[in-house]
Write a protein that binds this ligand. Structure first.
Ligand SMILES: Cc1ncc(C[n+]2csc(CCOP(=O)(O)OP(=O)(O)O)c2C)c(N)n1
Ligand SMILES: [Mg+2]
Length: 428
């Protein structure tokens, strides 16, 4: 570990890692007392990743944490009581007790998009948030996290490709914790480094020791700065180890003993404490003060959660479908006049017309033309078409055979002019 941050920053990182672990320790106890309603996932051994990456963001930036990112929630400013009440399905929780795990966010103040259980789906979502904000002139960066297993989903690749083509100010943290349920990385990906996935999309990637919080923070800060300055999306692979089973139900007996022992010696908090002590940033007194602060905070937050009521029964039928403003008050924030960005002013003239199918009316009563960019204008018939036009059997004839978006029959006609006039061979 190198010394690069201010004393205050070093101690902040330490505080959040200790808070992350203490919150999860408290929840494990609550789980064993049967007070946790949903699943409980542990980020033991991965605290440096959540904390170090989220700490690299500014207040205005947006995150979408996954199940092992309680550290990122805490850094973003979520109070521990929200995490406790949420997992205990209490009425005082952000979802009013409707969800028993981590499906909650805060779009208004903290800029947190709720986790989506389908692995990978947050990648296109956070790409959308990034490019939407850029359109609105906001210089923000978005961030989400994905596991080694999640990096093999289709949407991971679609999302990252989309982010790359859009040059979205988006940073993706790939937490390689060696396992996806009971599947080790080598059994599901033929790669040594998952950061290599970035090469397919022409984007920058980093590999970082996920158990070294200083390294995680400095790498994430560089990536966030680059994304903010317009370099496009960045992938960071943080190598670490999932030190518990997939969730509380899983004793993870499939993990080899030697592997577990190797990583136990690399506990991120123990490593960091050693570094802070050697650098004379942390002494026994400061450590004690910080522990007391965390204990006092969590004691009152846990009590609040335990004493909170469960939701009233009639809440079950509320909020199932969006009923307008009493459900949620999200409004589009138009930065240009509405008339300018909606038809008819925003309409474009059709450049490609299909007979009997041409420009229609949109629901807003404006033109809804079929528009394929630089396709030549409809009037210009090709040499081939002029020859073929009289023989064309079908009613719907394309004026200009194009490779783009044509109907299957039309496309075949365009490619196989010799078959035009033999309807039995076309469009079947
Ligand atoms: C698209 C999709 N497929 C499968 C699942 C079920 N599932 C939930 S967690 C998980 C394992 C994820 O492993 P990894 O991405 O490595 O994350 P980790 O649990 O190690 O943090 C799976 C398969 C899911 N939620 N979404
Ligand atoms: Mg994993």
């Amino acid at each position: 570990m190198k010394k690069e941050l201010t004393c205050h920053q070093y101690l902040d990182l330490y505080y959040y890692m200790r808070l992350n672990r203490a919150v999860e320790d408290t929840m494990t106890k609550l789980f064993r007392q049967n007070k946790i309603v949903g699943g409980l996932y542990s980020s033991l051994g991965q605290e440096a990743i959540s904390v170090g990456t989220a700490y690299a963001l500014e207040k205005k930036d947006w995150v979408a944490p996954m199940i092992r990112n309680i550290g990122a929630l805490l850094v973003k400013g979520v109070p521990p009581r929200d995490i406790f009440t949420q997992h205990m399905a209490k009425y005082t929780s952000p979802t009013l007790g409707k969800d028993g795990t981590s499906h909650f966010g805060d779009l208004e103040k903290l800029h947190i998009v709720s986790p989506i259980s389908m692995l990978g789906d947050l990648i296109p979502v956070m790409t959308g948030v990034a490019i939407g904000a850029r359109y609105l002139g906001q210089k923000i960066v978005t961030m989400t996290w994905i596991g080694d297993g999640g990096s093999s989903t289709g949407v991971f690749h679609e999302g990252l490709n989309f982010a790359a083509t859009q040059k979205a100010p988006f940073v993706l943290i790939l937490e390689n914790n060696q396992w996806a349920y009971s599947t080790p990385v080598r059994r599901q990906v033929p790669l040594e480094n998952l950061a290599d996935r970035a090469k397919a999309y022409g984007i920058t990637s980093y590999i970082v020791d996920g158990n070294d919080v200083t390294a995680v923070y400095t790498t994430a800060k560089e990536a966030v700065d680059r994304a903010r300055s317009g370099d496009g999306p960045i992938l960071i692979e943080a190598k670490s180890m999932r030190m518990r089973g997939h969730a509380q139900h899983d004793p993870a007996e499939y993990v080899p003993k030697e592997m577990r022992e190797h990583w136990e010696k690399r506990d991120p908090i123990t490593l960091y404490e050693k570094f802070l002590t050697e650098q004379k940033i942390l002494d026994a007194k400061t450590k004690k003060e910080l522990e007391t602060k965390i204990d006092t905070l969590l004691e009152s937050e846990r009590e609040f959660a335990e004493n909170s009521p469960l939701p009233p029964p009639d809440l079950a039928e509320k909020g199932v479908y969006c009923t307008g403003d009493d459900c949620h008050k999200i409004r589009p924030k138009w930065e240009r006049s509405l008339a300018e960005v909606t038809p008819p002013k925003s309409s474009v003239k059709p450049v490609w017309v299909v007979e009997g199918f041409g420009p229609g009316k949109s629901s807003a009563a404006g033109n809804a033309p079929i528009h394929f960019g630089d396709t030549p204008a409809a009037q210009e018939k090709s040499e081939n078409e002029r020859k073929l036009a009289p023989k064309a059997p079908a009613k719907t004839v394309m004026k200009k055979p194009a490779k783009v978006g044509a109907s299957a029959a039309g496309a075949r006609k365009a490619r196989s002019p010799q078959k035009v006039g033999s309807p039995q061979k076309v469009g079947r």
